[in-house]
Design a protein around this ligand. Sequence first.
Ligand SMILES: NC(=O)c1ccc[n+]([C@@H]2O[C@H](COP(=O)([O-])OP(=O)(O)OC[C@H]3O[C@@H](n4cnc5c(N)ncnc54)[C@H](OP(=O)(O)O)[C@@H]3O)[C@@H](O)[C@H]2O)c1
Length: 256
Amino acid sequence: MKTLVISGATRGIGKAIAERFAKEGINVAFTYNSNEEVAKILEKEWSKKYNIKAKAYKLNILEPQTYKDLFKQIDEDFDRVDFFISNAIISGRAVVGGFGPFMRLKPKGICNIFTATVNAFVVGAQESAKRMQKTGGGVILSLSSTGNLVYTPNYAGHGVSKAAVETMVKYAACELGKFNIRVNAISGGPIDTDALRAFPNYEQIKAEVEKISPLNRMGYPEDLAGMAYFLCSEEASWITGQTFIIDGGTTFGCKE
Ligand SMILES: NC(=O)c1ccc[n+]([C@@H]2O[C@H](COP(=O)([O-])OP(=O)(O)OC[C@H]3O[C@@H](n4cnc5c(N)ncnc54)[C@H](OP(=O)(O)O)[C@@H]3O)[C@@H](O)[C@H]2O)c1
């Protein structure tokens, strides 16, 4: 049975992606940061409902090197790693100085977001690629966001880090292709999750999205899960080094 390793699957987009893979009969090794109780419930729920192995592990993406120990633990519990999705994102105190108007940005906050987005992707992808090489290949994905394409108030730290991770994806794709490992990014428009609800102007963003999206609604976590599954499937066997935008038409900003 194939195995997905995904960071931050207790809620939001990560949860929707993990459940989609579980539904397809794929084992899921997923991480949580603070919501251990929720993680334990999901572990049991997914194992039982989808007849797969689901196991939760603690991870702090502000300490990317700890991915090495995490993968050692995963090796004990699972035979192989076929897919790795770098999804987790930091919020709250950790993003102070990184999430805010340009004139209030501070190096520490920007560094934290960069670490959580880019460095965590790098170490997680390296550890998974080592394992994928042994089994003939695999797929690595990073979540990104259209906040590097459209101006989004307070989002500079995240937007810049997402631009960086998209470029890192291309470099990884170039160097891992020879091992039959494909690497891509999924860039989401505004998706209704805790991360977005934490924005001080959430209601305003929601109203704006409903106006400019031709589909007149916010995105839901499930809207990204299908693309993640497709990119990990054989249907996508010649797709690598790309970023796929799933934004409900919001980036073009249709204001009919
Ligand atoms: N929401 C959007 O509009 C949107 C749009 C495009 C792309 N994205 C991207 O999609 C991904 C998921 O976003 P989301 O909106 O689903 O986020 P979310 O609802 O805030 O969930 C964040 C996840 O990351 C985990 N996490 C938080 N702090 C962590 C830390 N320090 N170390 C490790 N894990 C940590 C959380 O675990 P606990 O529950 O245990 O704290 C949770 O599982 C992110 O990369 C985000 O940038 C989001």
